[in-house]
Ligand binder design. Sequence first.
Ligand code: SF4
Length: 343
Amino acid sequence: MNLLIFLSDRCNMSCDYCFLDLNHGRATVIPEEAALKAVDAHLEKFGAEARFTILGGEPLIHFPVLRTIAGRVHAKAPKAPMSVVTNGTLACPEKLSTLESLGVSVTVSLDGRGDAHDRHRKLAGGPGSSLEESLKALEACDKSGLRANMVVCRDTVDSLLSNVEFLRETGFKELSFHLNVIEEWTPDELRVLEKTLAGFARYYKALQAASPGALRLSHIDSYPETALEHGYEDVVLGADGRYYPCDGLFALPYRQLDRWSVGDAASGVDWGKREDWHRVAREFIHPRLERPGHFSCARETYFRSVVLNLDPDPVVRSFHAADEIMGTALRALGSSEAHAGPR
Ligand code: SF4
């Protein structure tokens, strides 16, 4: 059971595929007390099964709160897996070493070379290269212990291989992939994805043969089928201190999320209400999956479509078709299951 904790609705970037409503109106920042209460409740309920993912917007904007939350988890359950997903622009060796000492693994969202990365990832403050900002901040940091997460879009598939090579040359030794959850792929684009991943497989096998362990792969959307039987594995705590059935709902501003909330940090998760929403999602999604292997983000795709008033049917089918291709290719290369939230 993974508790996703969203620290705020602020980010210094403005990515066009971001699934969060960010930087509008008054900031919503998680009250520290609510976050700590949620951590305690999660540990109490799930014990050794509990894990934590801390997200933003950009979580390093709120480093003191992040450190306090991570410190609480570490003090109570030093072995609980804990990760942070950041765009890297505010990283520095001191922050990363503090996180490491608290047992937090760090994922940096980087899509590869500038023409792929900057195409979708813009700086919130105006022009400039977000890739350059991230790399500048990371320059003095040891990147070998960080994971890079690459969002793959229809229009960046063709440069996937050179983007991987770029991240490897930059110093990353672990890489995960995440599809843009809200694109509709045409049959032709799916064929390009398949072909590209076949080329990537050849590259990866040659790399492993020449230098074993040079690059580890993980696939964020890959979930065991048991997740289908036992319900969804995330508990989502929004920056407003309330629980939600899925983070895809954060495509709406927090003030419009009333009807979706399934409890708050003070009173705890309303598990019945959460299950009701999940049942609705399951009943919609299941018939649209050819093979229910990759599920978590089909849910995110579904909820995000619903709140954006899109017809979820083609979006869910399309996402799933692309995810099947990517998941199958990466699993064949020994990719391990990973977890994250925003990109
Ligand atoms: S995807 Fe990440 S870096 Fe980009 S706007 Fe969203 S939270 Fe910020």
